[in-house]
Structures are given as C-alpha cells and as structure tokens.
Design a protein around this ligand. Structure first.
Ligand SMILES: [Zn+2]
Ligand SMILES: [Zn+2]
Ligand SMILES: [Zn+2]
Ligand SMILES: [Zn+2]
Ligand SMILES: [Zn+2]
Ligand SMILES: [Zn+2]
Ligand SMILES: [Zn+2]
Length: 274
C-alpha cells in the first residue's frame, strides 16, 4: 500500500524534473533560432550579423522582429554620430571614433584587477592585500604559503613581492594557508622550530606528539609526560641509555660519514683523504 504510493510519488517527481528539463531545451532551441538566419538557397544557418550566407553568399532575407531585436541588443551606439554599430566592431563604422565602454562594462572593469604573479584577471574582492599593501590573487598567496610550509620554511615566509622582504605575520600566513590541515602543519613545524632554537626547550621527537619539553635545570634526561618518550636535553636527541653524550655525538658523526661515503655525489679527495 504505502510503498506503492511512495514509488508513484518518486516516479512523478522524476517525471516532473524531466518535463522541466525538456521544456528548457525547447526554449533554448527557440532562442538559438533567433540568433541565426537560415539561408533560403543552401539552408545553412548564418549568424544574424552576417548580411550574406557564409556558404553560398546569398543575401540575408528580411529578419523577423525577434531576430532584429536580438541583433540590435548587442549593438552599440556611437557617442559621436549615434550610428548603431555591430557588437564586435571596436570603432564606429561611420565616423571611426573609438567605442566607449558601457556603464556596465566600466563597472565590471573597475571591479577587476590583474594578479602580477599569475597574470589572470580577477575580481578585486578576490585580491588579497597584506599589511605592506602588496596584493596578489588569493590563489597565488595560498599556493605560495603552502609551498613554503611544505619546504619547512615556517619561520621566514616573506611577502611575495621580491623587493619587499617583509616577513609575513603568523596571522597573515594562516589566512593564506586557508585549509585546516595546512594551518595545523604550519603550527606544528613552528612549534618544533621554536623549541629547537631555544636552548631551554626541546620537542619530544615522537612524530605524532607535539609536546615541547622545558628543561627543569636538573637532569639532562627527561620524559615527555604525553607520550612517555625519554630524551636527552643536553644533545637534544632521544635518550641514550648507557652511552655518554660524547659517544652518541661520535656515533652520529660516523653515521653521517657513512651516508656521505655511500653517496655518489661525494668523492674522497685524493690528496688530503677527506
Ligand atoms: Zn546559402
Ligand atoms: Zn560614429
Ligand atoms: Zn595570481
Ligand atoms: Zn610586501
Ligand atoms: Zn611526546
Ligand atoms: Zn645526550
Ligand atoms: Zn682535499
């Protein structure tokens, strides 16, 4: 009972949508018909503005009222001699004076600007201006800021204007980054770099833990209260049980040497053996 009624309802609503679509297609066809004239000799459908058939050069027949209206709609009136010129003409066909922008076109032009990074024309409201007044399109700022963060350059993101050299503020960078995930990455890298720059602080070094430890001035061995990771504050590494800081430093250097020796980009100098 109910199911059948429901099915019919769904069917009817789909039918209605299809009917609406069909109607709008019909309307489009009629509208399109007004924008062309059919040649009586070869049946080719020519643009209204063409006075001769583009295929057989036969003359354009008398336009219908709707066609004439359609044709005049796109024409522009010369402000000097009042001649009605075809849409695509940049100069008046009678007095040769330059076409003036319509009020509508001027309004549009005034609302647009060109981004000097990507050279696209964008709405002024989509241009982003920083505190130094340098402005580029929002997309370029986002692309730029995300690229900087991906390179780990979170502490020195400058204005995009090469001559500016001003560092963007945290707020400016975050506004550029836009997405939550990019902002989260930016904050995380910033925290870690801040901690590394500060002798009294260090990151616990667990990849998914953001905790920053503060040296309590006593033992160099500390434990992250969030993830439990043990660290050595003296050498800012994970805790090295049973090995002195000096030894761990030597090991790191040896490891580094091995990496370099196996790397074809580095070669041993034949004279001094380095
Ligand atoms: Zn023709
Ligand atoms: Zn004119
Ligand atoms: Zn741009
Ligand atoms: Zn700037
Ligand atoms: Zn931790
Ligand atoms: Zn150590
Ligand atoms: Zn050498």
């Amino acid at each position: 009972g109910n199911d059948a009624v429901y099915t019919i309802c769904v069917f009817l609503s789909i039918f209605n949508i299809e009917l609406g679509r069909f109607r709008s297609i019909l309307l489009d066809v009629t509208k399109a018909k007004q924008k062309v004239w059919a040649c009586v000799r070869c049946a080719f459908e020519n643009p209204l503005a063409s006075e001769h058939c583009e295929i057989c050069t036969a003359e354009r027949p008398q336009l219908t009222d709707a066609q004439q209206k359609e044709l005049d709609k796109d024409k522009w009136t010369c402000s000097m001699c009042t001649f009605l010129n075809p849409q695509l003409e940049g100069k008046c066909q009678v007095c040769n004076s330059q076409r003036e922008l319509t009020a509508e076109e001027k309004k549009v032009r005034d609302q647009q600007a060109e981004c000097e990074v990507c050279f696209s024309t964008v709405w002024k409201k989509d241009m982003v201006s920083q505190a130094c007044k340098h402005h580029y399109c929002a997309e370029c700022w986002t692309r730029y800021a995300v690229a900087q963060v991906d390179r780990g350059m979170v502490k020195s993101i400058k204005c995009m204007e090469p001559s500016c050299q001003r560092l963007l503020s945290t707020g400016e960078v975050e506004a550029c980054l836009k997405t939550e995930s990019a902002i989260a990455r930016y904050r995380r890298y910033s925290r870690i770099q801040d901690a590394n720059d500060d002798p009294s602080k260090m990151w616990c070094m667990t990849p998914d833990c953001d905790n920053v430890l503060t040296f309590d001035g006593r033992q160099s061995k500390m434990q992250c209260h969030k993830c439990g990771q043990q660290v050595c504050f003296k050498c800012k590494t994970k805790w090295h049980a049973g090995i002195t800081c000096e030894e761990i430093r030597m090991r790191e250097e040896q490891k580094f040497d091995r990496i370099i020796m196996n790397d074809p980009r580095y070669r041993r100098c034949g004279r001094c053996n380095i």
